[in-house]
Design a protein around this ligand. Structure first.
Ligand code: 3IO
Length: 356
């Protein structure tokens, strides 16, 4: 009885395989006979790596992009997502995609100082007040300057976090209360903390939960939606609104993989570039507000605003970072002044367009 069932199973499997193979052939023939590109016969599978956990904004935007691409290619493309550093981690994301360990990867530029000399202009203290404005500014700068730092990959979209603010185990009501405080940050936001007398501890966001738990840091500098998404509100009951720099991100694809895609699929992805930047900015800005409400409700967090005098002092003490970037960019042959001018114009344009 058992053996007979197995024989039947084998026969049925073989028949299924044969059927599938013939179907594939027919589809291919139909396509070439019509002489035009249709949805590809075989599904194209793409892996998409991300470093933080699934509930966080880089992964939320990843799932949205996946859903749009799959729908707009009528299932011709299937995207397999890998959140939480399961395929590539924060610091090997860029190299890993270039080497083909993942087809697509989401990276934070601030984690690798020096690697993105032009685009990193967006993590300077230039006064962005929303993720929507900063994300669209970053995307437009990328399109205009086509910086060679991304020449080895296909850039699918870019976006930024919301402005960074202090989340801490102890109250930081004034700049004076920052003195010596160990706060997790990265890139230019770390430099901002250092210039203001805090003790920055640089690491990717993905390592922050452990650093907070172990007491390596007393808090962090990032956008406030992490209060909810990482449950940081439980441990960091005191938040200070500083409107410090945003963290810029890029989503990149392996160049050989990109070149292998049918034109219609490339078009779907190209059409999504700006749209995804805007979608992510808007999602982020709304989610920051939601996260603050949630954190107040659940943990009774306290939110402080810096005084006008402290804001002015912070600005004065950190604006040298813009000069530092300018000198470095010019030494590297980049049109730094023009980039800064464009950044200011784009920022003003998008601020007028999108009420905060
Ligand atoms: C960030 C990174 C990973 C998950 C959620 C996040 N919210 C804001 C950021 C920005 C960032 O990269 C950082 O390190 O603060």
């Amino acid at each position: 009885m058992k053996t007979r069932a197995l024989v039947w199973l084998a026969v049925l499997s073989a028949a299924a395989l044969l059927f599938a193979a013939c179907g594939g052939e027919q589809k291919k023939e139909a396509k070439s006979a019509e002489g035009q590109e249709k949805a590809p016969a075989a599904t194209i599978k793409l892996s998409y790596a991300n470093f933080p956990p699934a509930p966080t904004f880089p992964c939320v935007q990843m799932e949205r992009w996946k859903a749009e691409v799959e729908a707009r290619t009528n299932g011709g493309v299937k995207v397999d997502t890998y959140p939480g550093g399961t395929l590539l981690e924060a610091k090997n994301m860029f190299r890993g995609v270039q080497e083909g360990q993942a087809d697509i990867g989401c990276l934070c530029m601030s984690y690798q100082p020096g690697v993105f000399p032009l685009s990193i202009v967006t993590d300077l203290p230039v006064g962005f007040t929303s993720s929507t404005v900063a994300s669209l500014t970053l995307w437009d700068l990328y399109l205009k300057y086509q910086p060679k730092e991304f020449a080895g990959v296909k850039v699918l979209t870019m976006f930024t976090s919301a402005p960074s603010n202090i989340m801490s185990k102890q109250p930081v009501r004034t700049l004076a209360e920052l003195a010596g405080l160990e706060l997790r940050a990265s890139g230019t936001p770390s430099k901002v903390l250092g210039l203001l007398g805090a003790t920055p501890v640089s690491m990717p966001m993905s390592q922050c939960p452990e650093a907070l738990q172990k007491g390596v840091v007393q808090g962090l500098l990032s956008s406030l939606e992490v209060l909810k998404d990482f449950n940081f509100a439980e441990i960091c009951r005191f938040e200070t609104v500083t409107d410090f720099p945003v963290y810029p991100f890029a989503v990149v694809m392996n160049l050989d993989k990109w070149n292998s895609l049918p034109e219609e699929v490339k078009k779907v992805m190209d059409d999504l570039g700006r749209e995804q930047a805007e979608w992510t900015g808007r999602y982020m800005d709304a989610h920051v507000r939601e996260s603050l409400d949630w954190s107040k409700e659940k943990y009774g967090i306290e939110v402080f605003e810096l005084s006008a005098a402290d804001r002015a002092e912070a600005e004065a003490k950190t604006k040298g970072l813009v000069d530092e970037w300018t000198a470095q960019a010019q030494a590297g042959g980049l049109p730094a002044e023009a980039v800064l001018k464009d950044l200011a114009e784009l920022k003003a344009k998008y601020e007028a367009q999108y009420a905060k």
